[in-house]
Design a protein around this ligand. Structure first.
Ligand SMILES: *Cc1c(COP(=O)(O)O)cnc(C)c1O
Length: 247
């Protein structure tokens, strides 16, 4: 391997070790076992070479948020034993492409997307695990316009989750995995992740197998683990800062 590849792999290895220490400590503090948590590496804006380095270091779960970027990256990494998660806003006309590489779509937030993903999974002969993305922002309901300068992060309102979950569970080619959320900017992450835990518990009353709670990112993974997350999605703490992306 050329020197810069070796150096980049060493840099990622050190970052991964630090993230693993944070997860271990959070599990110990919460009285949970490390094997209850899946670390999902968010590789958006980073090259396929970084995905390859992560795979060499034992990472299995990787996530992307834009189809235009994810599709070629997944194709470049098709030889690796990876599970691809889609975590971004998803337009129905991209469902077919996303289903061609994604094993998990974490950002299902409306019925039209369930229909599109089910049709695409059927055509591809694939089974796709879906999580209902829940909006934890109490000030803005799903479907509302973002506040001026604000960033509506997507997600169904908590009261919309049961019907959406039922639709996923009933759809051909889709499997209901659980829920996902992003903590609102500037809020208390523990309060937000506690609300998500409540939504997840109510979901499990009707769908006991839907046990995934995907919550927590680089800055708040400890709060998420404290509140029962099964999956943390970590980008910056593993791969470094991202250049601003226009969405
Ligand atoms: C980018 C992204 C992450 C990772 O965020 P970091 O702060 O870089 O760890 C997690 N979840 C979603 C949905 C994302 O878009």
């Amino acid at each position: 391997m050329v020197d810069h590849v070796i150096m980049r792999t060493a840099e990622i290895a050190a970052a991964l070790a630090a993230v693993e220490r944070r997860i271990d400590r959070a599990c110990a503090n919460a009285g949970r076992s490390r094997d209850e948590i899946t670390l999902v590496a968010v590789t958006k804006t980073f090259p396929a070479a970084d995905v390859r380095a992560l795979a060499e270091l034992g990472i299995v779960d990787v996530a992307e948020n834009r189809d235009q970027e994810a599709a070629p990256k997944a194709a470049e990494c098709a030889d690796l034993p990876l599970r691809w998660h889609f975590v971004g806003r998803l337009q129905t006309n991209k469902a077919r492409s996303v289903v061609s590489y994604a094993d998990v779509v974490q950002s299902v937030d409306r019925h039209r997307l369930v229909t599109a993903l089910s049709a695409a999974a059927g055509k591809a002969g694939r089974s796709v695990r879906c999580l209902v993305q829940v909006s934890l922002d109490e000030s803005a309901g799903a479907g509302e316009a973002p506040a001026p300068g604000g960033d509506r992060r997507g997600g169904a309102r908590p009261d919309e989750v049961p019907a959406l979950a039922d639709a996923i569970a009933a759809a051909d080619g889709l499997e209901l995995g659980g829920v996902m959320a992003v903590a609102p900017l500037g809020g208390d992450p523990v309060a937000a992740f506690d609300r998500l835990a409540g939504v997840a518990a109510r979901l499990r009353e009707h769908h006991p197998a839907a046990r995934v709670v995907s919550a927590g990112m680089s800055t708040d993974l400890e709060s998420a683990i404290e509140c029962g997350a099964t999956h943390v999605r970590v980008g910056t703490a593993l791969l470094g800062g991202r250049a601003a992306i226009v969405r």
